[in-house]
Design a binder for this molecule. Structure first.
Ligand code: NDP
Ligand code: GDR
Length: 323
């Protein structure tokens, strides 16, 4: 057990909830940035049972002063920057906000670390979206970047800032290039959760169809609960570095969808409608990660298969919709 202090931006998001739980189990005092909203954003922390165990600090990634204040209040020794406008689809309609939050916001966090406690270990939530257009059959830490969305471009800025602060100021700053990871806590706009929620709803007779865009896209999907362990492992290393975190298996949206329908005994063809509204201005056709470096240096391996993950998500949605 440790008695270290950690600060998580994006604590109310999917990964924030799982990471909070993991760090609390290890004995950390967990602080998180709570951006003011008009609605309740604590449901995920409630669902993993840690709502009353974390210390929430009012702040916003775009407000440097609030980030410095959060560093001072938390006395954080480890900082996990998970906060972001994380929906790729919205990054075309809100490109400037996405750049401000995901790009400049990340810089605000790392700058607040440099100002308030340069000895703190910093983790940046980077993404396989930075690879974008296919440059290699399997993407690893050496694959060139070619982002295909304002989201990917903003995240690439944050990634390079992380690398630069490490090289310029000697900060212990790591960038985790994580491939898609999902869970029952996933936002409903993302394709896996959209599918599992719709399948549960159709099964319960509450709706009849599921409307999707490009079902030929391929993604390397893992379980968020497994992926937050990789984040923590990165901050425990003597030397900071960048790591790809992925399963090494890629699957089409269509196949992922079939798993969900089959689990509840429904025929996908009876319910799936392709709707051009959900096609994107530019697509990342295939993502397939090579997590060999994370396996070798961090001893990290994914534990949950896509089938186990989708079944877990469908069951959670069936429970929620039946309650
Ligand atoms: P979520 O969308 O579930 O969570 C995003 C979090 O960021 C929420 O807590 C949100 O707060 C917070 N946030 C948004 N804007 C601001 C802001 N201006 N100031 C402070 N906080 C803000 O994302 P995930 O948990 O899925 O992902 C975590 C991180 O990992 C993100 O940076 C994402 O881009 C990145 N990532 C995710 C992957 C995935 O597959 N899940 C893969 C690779 C990278 P609120 O609840 O108030 O909206
Ligand atoms: P992604 O996730 O863009 O990869 O970003 P998302 O689940 O939104 O899309 C995955 C693929 O599914 C296709 N698709 C649809 N997507 C959505 N959301 N809705 C649909 O109806 C639909 N139909 C087909 C998409 O075109 C895409 O190809 C996620 C986010 O978590 C990012 O924050 C993170 O950085 C990356 O994963 C890695």
């Amino acid at each position: 057990m440790t008695n270290k202090s950690a600060l998580i931006t994006g604590i109310t998001g999917q990964d924030g909830a799982y990471l909070s739980k993991l760090l609390l189990e290890k004995g950390y005092k967990v602080h998180g940035i709570l951006a003011r909203r008009s609605t309740d954003t604590l449901w995920r922390l409630r669902e993993v049972g840690v709502e009353n165990d974390v210390h929430l600090i009012d702040g916003d990634l775009t407000d440097l002063s609030s980030m410095i204040r959060a560093m001072e209040m938390s006395k954080a020794e480890e900082v996990y920057n998970l906060g972001a406008q994380s929906f790729v689809g919205s990054s075309w309609s809100q490109p400037i906000l996405t750049a401000q939050v995901d790009g400049v916001g990340a810089l605000n966090v790392i700058e607040s670390v440099r100002i308030a406690n340069p000895a703190a270990k910093f983790y940046q939530a980077s993404t396989s979206e930075m690879f974008g257009l296919i440059q290699a059959e399997r993407q690893d830490e050496t694959t060139p970047f070619y982002p295909r969305s304002p989201y990917g471009a903003a995240k690439l800025m944050a990634h390079w800032m992380t690398v630069n602060y490490r090289e310029s100021f000697g900060l212990h700053a790591s960038s985790g290039i994580l491939f898609n990871h999902e869970s029952p806590l996933r936002g409903i706009e993302f394709v896996t959760r959209k599918v599992t929620h719709a399948v549960a709803s159709i099964k319960l007779g509450k709706s009849r169809e599921l409307r999707l865009g490009n079902i030929d896209a391929k993604r390397d999907w893992g379980f968020a609960g497994d992926y937050v362990e990789a984040m923590w492992l990165m901050t425990q290393q003597d030397v900071a570095d960048d790591y790809v975190v992925a399963t090494g298996i890629t699957t089409t949206v269509r196949e992922m969808c079939e798993i969900a329908f089959e689990h509840v005994g429904l025929n996908m063809a009876d319910h799936l409608v392709i709707d051009p509204k959900f096609f994107r201005p530019a697509e990342v056709d295939v993502l397939l990660g090579n997590p060999a470096k994370a396996q070798a240096n961090l001893g990290w391996t994914p534990k949950t298969s896509l089938k186990e993950l989708i079944v877990m998500m469908v069951e959670a949605d069936l429970r929620r919709l039946s309650a």
